[in-house]
Write a new protein. Structure first.
Length: 174
């Protein structure tokens, strides 16, 4: 009896064999198989009935079948390679998404923004925090944002609180 086997390689790695087999190239020697069945203790009639089920193929049919199996093996290998490439690409994309998600979470954790309505005292300009405590606007902004506070004096307050300095600055500009 003859078997045919076609190996399938994916990306240079042998992954499987495609088998076709149990056929004869010429009619079998019945006496040989009768003796073999008796030697191994098989039921001779059942053994010979099974033997009669085995195909007898000519070389041209075997060659055509082998070419078909070879083409099929090549197609299977190509499909498996493409699937492997897709899986590798998917894994790479998933890794990129995970990295990007970590980067975004880190960026969001670092962002401190002031939004909504801030309760601001009309007189002293202190801001009430989420616990109900009033604090200076600059301290509140420093705690709740990424902004840096720089203190200075506007022209109106300069004139009101530092009239001499205001007068000298305004005189120098003229």
């Amino acid at each position: 009896m003859i078997y045919a086997a076609i190996p399938i390689f994916v990306d240079g790695e042998h992954v499987v064999n495609l088998f076709a087999g149990q056929f004869f190239l010429e009619p079998p020697d019945i006496d040989y198989f009768r003796r073999q069945a008796a030697y191994y203790g098989y039921d001779v009639e059942n053994y010979l009935d099974a033997l009669n089920e085995v195909a007898v193929l000519d070389e041209k049919t075997v060659e055509q079948g082998s070419l078909f199996l070879s083409d099929l093996a090549e197609l299977i290998a190509l499909m498996a390679f493409e699937e492997k490439e897709l899986l590798d690409f998917r894994d790479e994309l998933e890794l990129r998404v995970k990295i990007r998600t970590i980067e975004l979470k880190k960026a969001f954790a670092e962002i401190k923004t002031l939004r909504g309505i801030l309760p601001l005292c009309s007189f002293c300009k202190k801001i009430r925090d989420e616990n109900g405590y009033w604090e200076q606007a600059d301290a509140y902004i420093d705690k709740h944002s990424q902004a840096d506070i720089s203190h200075s004096v506007c022209p109106e307050c300069m004139r009101k609180h530092y009239p001499e300095a205001y007068a000298s600055i305004c005189t120098d500009k003229k």
